[in-house]
Design a binder for this molecule. Sequence first.
Ligand SMILES: [Zn+2]
Length: 145
Amino acid sequence: MTALKENVLQQLQKRLEYCYESNRRATFKKWPFKDTKKCNASKLAEAGFIFTGTRVDPDSVTCFFCNKSLDCWDENDDPWFEHQKHAPTCAFAKMDKPEEAFTVTEFTEIRNQFIEKFLKTELKKSIDQVNEHFDDLVHLISVMK
Ligand SMILES: [Zn+2]
């Protein structure tokens, strides 16, 4: 296996862990609102988000499925509602229910869609890199003439 393939598969494996709500929940160690608030860590994880906050941006979260990042949360925000509002095409947000309410088929479909989307994005990145190298080579040849 090439190093690139190995790297992509490692990344995929890591990202696939976030298909599980409990793994997303575990990323919320520094969430600013209490569990009693509507916008709490469990609700955010349930709605597909992982914590991606930093010191500068302490309430940033990102959807594991569509990669949409949201911040500037209010403690009374509804994570599902905000996810659907800001990422209306996200297949996970459209599920609109906690993981425990998923059927095995639904869970498998979401997981497979995620894998397909991830691999397509990686493939596009590789193609873009090849195109960039190609353009560099064409430029180099034209300079050397
Ligand atoms: Zn999403």
